[in-house]
Design a protein around this ligand. Sequence first.
Ligand SMILES: O=P(O)(O)OC[C@H]1O[C@H](O[C@H]2O[C@H](CO)[C@@H](O)[C@H](O)[C@H]2O)[C@H](O)[C@@H](O)[C@@H]1O
Length: 407
Amino acid sequence: MDCLPNNSDNKTLKSLSSDRRLDSMDLKSNHTALVLADPAPLNKSTLRVSSGLLPYSGATLSQNLFLTVPTMKAGILDIRASNCLDSMESSSPPDKKSRDFNNDLESTDTDVAYCAWLLKYPSALASFDQITNPAKGKRIALFLDYDGTLSPIVDNPDCAFMSNDMRAAVKNVAQFFPTAIISGRSRDKVYEFVGLSELNYAGSHGMDIMGPVRQSFDDHSNCIRSTDNQGKEVNLFQPASEFLPMIDEVFNSLINNTKDIRGAKVENNKFCVSVHYRNVDEKDWTVVAQRVHDVIRNYPRLRLTHGRKVVEVRPVINWDKGKAVTFLLESLGLSNCEDVLPIYVGDDQTDEDAFKVLREGNCGYGILVSSVPKESNAFFSLKDPQEVMEFLKSLVVWKKTSTLCNK
Ligand SMILES: O=P(O)(O)OC[C@H]1O[C@H](O[C@H]2O[C@H](CO)[C@@H](O)[C@H](O)[C@H]2O)[C@H](O)[C@@H](O)[C@@H]1O
């Protein structure tokens, strides 16, 4: 029998299982079970028990396990919320800086792992010729994610400013190549951060696209005419427009349901909502997962995706950043792979949809921004926004020299 340290206030898991939602199936299954120290709604004093090793006791969970848990009264985190918690953890590995700080030896291992990973996803800077050689005689179309790509990841999402140098690099590159920003943020917010009117913008993970007035745009349903910040006539494509009232409602519920979780932040991204847990103590992530599920369980037409210490609530529609890339290429008259080489640069899980479209269409390259090894549909990699900026600058130099040479 494996036990957690004894405590005078303890009850056993087994005794709880008789009158609570916890049952032997939860223990036997591969799913994570969560034992709570207080009646629902969940609060901070939670203990997570998985069917692997118990994180702090080192005890292995078995079918016969009797767990003693401090002041335990409530039930378990439901399986869907528990899956959400697993995704939260797997999409949030400790960053390189904190691992390096914790353990020099581990840091060396990490560097070795990163170098090995670079063999599979070579640096787009080191492999610059490999990227630009196939672009000879073609137009490069650039797609750029925002957070973690053009701006470094920071604790406060409202302060994710891009540097002036980066802005200048993006402005410059856009003079030579059609360029679009595709972000999970609301389109207005990302425009506020980038502030360059010469680009195309897609917000809400591509569910809110602003583009030039073109016939091909008009052909789509959910497409409306509007004006941009300069008063210029534009087309707006919003395939999830019917979800707007629902998203607003969910946003308000999420605010209410998470307001007592220290560090949690809910962001309205117009057609999707982000629940940030970057500043939430890790022991409270379970609470975040459960509260999000408490809200969205009433909305079967909404689903969850995971990003960098953020859970995103979005409509169940067949639309993502990959579809947005295809849409933009078509509506900008750039969909012929013989003439155009699309390049997509992004750092997050939702960017994988765009990498996949390029890889599967055998058309263009995805570039993953990451300082840690992770599996991706991208072809190349860049370590951080600084390297993204160098890459953008190199594209400009390449374009200028190749134009001169062709004269
Ligand atoms: O598609 P993106 O432009 O990459 O947007 C994805 C999410 O980015 C933002 O969150 C991330 O960046 C924040 C600022 O650095 C950081 O605090 C947070 O932990 C990251 O997940 C944005 O706030 C989200 O709404 C976007 O969905």
